[in-house]
Ligand binder design. Structure first.
Ligand code: 5GP
Length: 114
């Protein structure tokens, strides 16, 4: 079980966000500090996995669903093309230890999440 994180509080409703996509397993919302014209975060509802490597090993179906939801968001809010970023570990830039996919789209020339 991952330690309690801000994303766990978003899943439980303790911290309100505008949900832009939702399935049984995942929710998506816009990043509070966008680094691209479209910058969404897709997260699993389960708090069990701290990073994408743990999720891939423990629940690959939810990982696949995160990618499907990322595509849906890019179709609805951009031209269907997108960059998917998973920071895996603190030294790789991860700050929230509840696995999440950054979905970046639009003109990415200025994006710092490369
Ligand atoms: P990481 O650095 O862990 O890969 O990404 C964490 C992301 O979560 C950052 O891009 C940060 O801006 C975003 N973030 C952190 N706290 C919140 C929050 O309370 N609401 C939203 N919408 N995004 C958040």
């Amino acid at each position: 079980m991952a330690a309690e994180t801000v994303f766990g509080k978003i899943v439980s409703g303790e911290i309100p966000v505008d949900i832009i996509a939702e399935t049984d397993r995942v929710i998506a919302f816009l990043d509070i500090a966008p680094q691209a014209p479209l910058h969404a975060l897709v997260i699993p509802k389960t708090t069990e996995y701290a990073n994408v490597a743990e999720l891939a090993a423990g629940d690959p179906e939810t990982l696949a669903e995160m990618v499907t939801v990322a595509k849906r968001i890019a179709d609805e809010r951009a031209n269907g093309e997108f960059r998917l970023v998973f920071n895996n570990g603190a030294s790789a830039g991860q700050t929230v230890f509840h696995v999440h996919a950054h979905v970046l789209a639009g003109d990415l020339e200025e994006s710092t999440l490369v």
